[in-house]
Ligand binder design. Sequence first.
Ligand code: FES
Ligand SMILES: [Fe+2]
Length: 338
Amino acid sequence: MLTTLPTNFWYAVEFSRNLTHTPLPVTLMGQQYVLYRDSQGRAIALSNQCPHRGAALHRGWVEDNCLRCPYHGWMFDASGTCVDIPADLPGVPIPKRAKVATYPVQEQDGMVWLYVGETPETAVAPIPHLLPELGDPKWRAVYGEYTWNAHYTRVIESNLDVSHAAFVHPPFYGNRDRAAVDEYEVTTTPYSATATVKAPAPKRRTFLKYLLKEENRYSLTTITVYLPTINRIEIDFGFRGYKYIYYTTSLPVDEKTTLAKYIGLRNFLTFPWADKNSHDNAYKTYIEDQEVVQTCTPLAAPTDFQQELLVASDALIIAYRKLLRQYETSAARSLSAV
Ligand code: FES
Ligand SMILES: [Fe+2]
């Protein structure tokens, strides 16, 4: 069971558009990091703990491309080296140990990715490129975030779940007589699993209701999970090529808390005034899911296939748990080799 942070992975931790010269905190399973953007626009990531007396560096500020601690003003450059101790008299050398850990950072798909691990970042799962639609003028994007009172594996599984909608989401209640899920195929890579399922369309009073004809009662949904935190759900409404993409990173803040940051993309009603509807739908769906997901025990999704009884419609969740299991085994192997 995954109760610690999977390491040797890139984590999509923040929207690129949110990262400025103002330091931002990030928490992954209790570990704190701080991010900021320097004057060249580069994203920098450091440990959020000042080596002097432990203050959180994100409460400080960026000065000459360095991060100044808010407590006694020590200043750290992008390599984590302390370059100024204001309380020391002139000429006093800065101790070698006055350093904070730094982390590799990249940006892709509208997100800032932070690397956490010992293995060189070039030898691990690459950052997935799953959002080529972002930035395409035919698509309109909205950004949002929610906090779940649940373990991140349960949140990710709720995004992979193809059989709950008729019971959890009111717009689908009318589909209970069509709850059976056709057999579907799952495609996997060492880090991801994807499936396309045919599902009865929702009855929520959205703009789409007016755009879609009555005969378009089914949508094709392609669902992907990419370790450790990414979900991508693409809904094809089968009408004029209209699609909705929900891309989310489910960040493990701690064992009971998950911060989900999402980008919702649509290629219909791309006017800004329709954004509220897009946000409202995402929010309602989250509330409906969270009410049941936060009741699941044990906290983390079990990977032993004995504790819970998964059936054919759970094929994508089975594939996800197999990926987690594979990760647990390789993590245990590398630990025992130490
Ligand atoms: S705790 Fe950061 S400078 Fe003192
Ligand atoms: Fe749901």
